[in-house]
Ligand binder design. Structure first.
Ligand SMILES: [Zn+2]
Length: 289
């Protein structure tokens, strides 16, 4: 599943490429979308704004219609010049949006809907979305409160819950826990307020670090080389994710891994740097500090 930084990059790239331009062509394989196009006419409208919210991407057209897409597992947006050949087969095309100078193609997206501002407010899964880690107004303290409101969830599950905060995917989940010294299988209810704030500000830092150094105009969407360690060596770019059995970069203990939550997503941690139980004394100390 693409993480928030991927969608954020896609939105920023699409924003740069499309905003202010008039749609000259609109195609889709989704019958419900074509009907809206037929009824309301997307061609001739100006693209006003493209933005990411969590794992959703929104394209706002002049006069009201909003195209809402979700990348799920394999969805991706590409940008081409007119006439340039596509790097994915036409059969994978779901939505295509062209202006005079740009062709934007969504491949393999599984959710694409037209909305108004009003209908978006009631869209299940979107309406309850938590604050986006990549927005300027993200406040780790407030996000920590949302996190702590789920005391019965394990930390690793809660970080993926998009109604808590929007944008964390499975790669960052494990590395955020590691960076904060929090065992991902601890219950949220065992976290101190300080740990919760630390998790949220670390999440924000990791995601931001992965969108800063992008991208020429022809960039499509970000596909790899996600980093959390800030090390130059590409083989050292993550702390624990997919490093099962390898030595911890801090203490040398072998990294462990186990499936977590209803979706059985793989979770990685260091048994020494992230103890499952913190001592009561430590908890009191951290609560009082
Ligand atoms: Zn360690």
């Amino acid at each position: 599943m693409p993480e928030g930084d991927t969608i954020f990059r896609a939105a920023r790239t699409l924003n740069r490429a499309l905003v202010g331009s008039v749609v000259t062509q609109f195609e889709t394989v989704f019958p419900r979308l074509s009907r809206v196009d037929f009824d309301e006419g997307i061609c001739g409208r100006t693209v006003e704004h493209v933005e990411a919210r969590g794992k959703w991407l929104l394209v706002q057209f002049s006069g009201g219609p909003i195209l809402l897409t979700h990348m799920l597992m394999s969805g991706i947006w590409h940008i081409y010049r007119p006439g340039e050949s596509w790097r994915l087969p036409r059969s994978a095309m779901r939505v295509m949006l062209a202006t005079e100078s740009i062709v934007a193609v969504a491949f393999n997206i599984q959710i694409a809907e037209f909305h108004t501002k009003e209908s978006l407010r009631h869209r299940a899964g979107f309406a309850g979305l938590g604050p986006s880690l990549l927005e300027d107004d993200f406040v780790p303290d407030d996000a920590a409160k949302r996190l702590l409101a789920n005391p019965d969830l394990e930390v690793g599950e809660a970080l993926l819950k998009q109604s808590v905060v929007a944008g964390i995917g499975n790669v960052f989940k494990s590395d955020i826990c590691f960076a904060c010294g929090v065992h991902p299988f601890r219950k949220v209810g065992s976290l101190t307020r300080r740990e919760a704030i630390d998790l949220m500000s670390t999440a924000q830092r990791f995601l931001l670090a992965n969108v800063i150094n992008s991208a020429g105009p022809q960039i499509v969407t970000y596909t790899g080389m996600r980093r959390t360690t800030a090390r130059g060596n590409p083989s050292e770019r993550l702390w624990v994710y997919k490093r099962m059995g390898k030595p911890c970069r801090r203490c040398g203990a072998p990294i462990q891994s186990r499936k977590q939550g209803l979706d059985a997503r793989s979770t990685f941690w260091c048994p020494q740097c992230q103890p499952l139980r913190i001592s009561v004394l430590e908890k009191v100390r951290s609560r009082n500090s």
